[in-house]
Ligand binder design. Sequence first.
Ligand code: NDP
Length: 246
Amino acid sequence: MTRSIGDKVVAITGASSGIGEATARRLAQSGAKVVLGARRTDRLDRIVSEIKAAGGDAVACTLDVTQRSSVYAFVEAAVATFGRLDVFINNAGVMLVSPLGEFKVDEWDQMFDVNVKGVLNGIAAALPVMQRQEDGHIINLSSVAGHKVAPGFTVYCGTKFAVGAISEGLRQEAGPGIRCTVISPGAVQTELSSHIAAGAAKDAVDAMYATAALSPDAIAQAVVYAVSQSADVDVNEILIRPTAQN
Ligand code: NDP
């Protein structure tokens, strides 16, 4: 059965800023009921208030994607509030760029914990609900960095290549009625690079973003496109770069 976007319940991880926030706003404008998760709940509360003031339907939930119990609670909250879960967007991510030779092993751990294990936690929590419904859609945020490797981005690229592989396996294994989409953006103007430690790597990333970066809403529109298709259409991947990006 094809549900219109206005009948869908969508849960989004990392919805307190950037692409997640823009996607929550776009989907709510399109009539979807949105469940926003992240750690900064003050941000989520403000976004939810603004969505509601504009006539949308949204709730905020505290969420740490590295904690499996937190992700299960997030999905349970979505189902308890709106009665079902149609779309789960694994958007939360961190990009901590540095040359391998600096051995910032704690940052390597953090990227794999959020970008890979966080996605697996999302699948573990959301997929059983969708399998019971025989209907659902999991959308994973990868990146152009999930397609090509650049010096300094090695571990981040490793996490995003993993997201691509996990998504393709999920697409094949998920079962009847369940779709999987990978969204792979190029540079997007968000808070993502603000967590990189000061130094040459951060300067290079800042220069790249200053040259060409999309608005988060450009990615939100790609998500809306994937979510709006009829039930027999699975948009497997959208790769979307600024025109000026190499
Ligand atoms: P932002 O930094 O603006 O947003 C990242 C989001 O992830 C925040 O809402 C943050 O919320 C959340 N987050 C981080 N850690 C956790 C955690 N442990 N648990 C729950 N939420 C967490 O960056 P973007 O919007 O750019 O990033 C969104 C996704 O897009 C990421 O997966 C990123 O890799 C991907 N991407 C971004 C690109 C870009 O150029 N911006 C390009 C390609 C892909 P909080 O801190 O409140 O928990």
